[in-house]
Design a binder for this molecule. Structure first.
Ligand SMILES: Cc1cc2nc3c(=O)[nH]c(=O)nc-3n(C[C@H](O)[C@H](O)[C@H](O)COP(=O)(O)OP(=O)(O)OC[C@H]3O[C@@H](n4cnc5c(N)ncnc54)[C@H](O)[C@@H]3O)c2cc1C
Length: 156
């Protein structure tokens, strides 16, 4: 466990991070893990007061560039281990993340993204509209053209 303290801004620090959202806090945490003893996070409001406290908590690897897919894969690996690493429950649930489209013209791009994700070992499947009902039984699929789902995506 990395020790935390709050209080007046110290006169010096090994690293100073402005903003206590997911990016600032993760940077501080990773620096501390790598041995920096004196990492300061300066937050003007309260921790998580920006986008981080408002987000849906969806963690998905369904991106359209290899760089973004691999970054998201790394995130999934971090989340898979986070409850053990932090010693408290972060409720990472890998229930999949269904992306749907009602537009026929989106389908080629969606299929191309699935191919790229599969090449990066993300197990994304392309689903026909009726197949989505197995996942979301009340979904109105009458206008759906297709959907994508990797079961390793989820929420935390
Ligand atoms: C409605 C909504 C839903 C979302 N859903 C998802 C989702 O499901 N999955 C997902 O991955 N992403 C989602 N996002 C995006 C995600 O929330 C953001 O990408 C992420 O939280 C950005 O984190 P951050 O640390 O960069 O910024 P923030 O969380 O905004 O943190 C920035 C912090 O800096 C502080 N700050 C700013 N200026 C100063 C200053 N001068 N001095 C001190 N402190 C300062 C702010 O008060 C704030 O706390 C969603 C976003 C929104 C708004």
């Amino acid at each position: 466990m990395i020790p935390l303290s709050r209080g007046p801004v110290p006169a010096s620090a090994d690293a100073v991070i402005i903003g206590g959202g997911i990016n600032g806090l993760t940077t501080a945490y990773e620096l501390a893990k790598r041995g920096l003893k004196n990492v300061v996070v300066i937050e003007k409001n309260y921790i998580g007061s920006g986008s981080t406290g408002r987000c849906g908590g969806g963690i998905r690897q369904q991106w359209t560039t290899e760089e973004n897919i691999r970054l998201a894969q790394e995130s999934v690996a971090v989340y898979e281990n986070m409850t053990t690493e932090l010693g408290y429950q972060v409720f990472f649930r890998q229930g999949g993340y269904l992306m749907i489209t009602e537009s026929e013209s989106d389908l080629p791009a969606l299929r191309k993204a699935v191919t790229l994700q599969n090449q990066c070992d993300v197990p994304t499947e392309f689903l026909q509209p009726e197949e989505c009902l197995k996942i979301v039984p009340d979904l109105d699929v009458s206008r759906l053209k297709g959907a994508t789902l990797p079961h390793t995506d989820g929420t935390a």
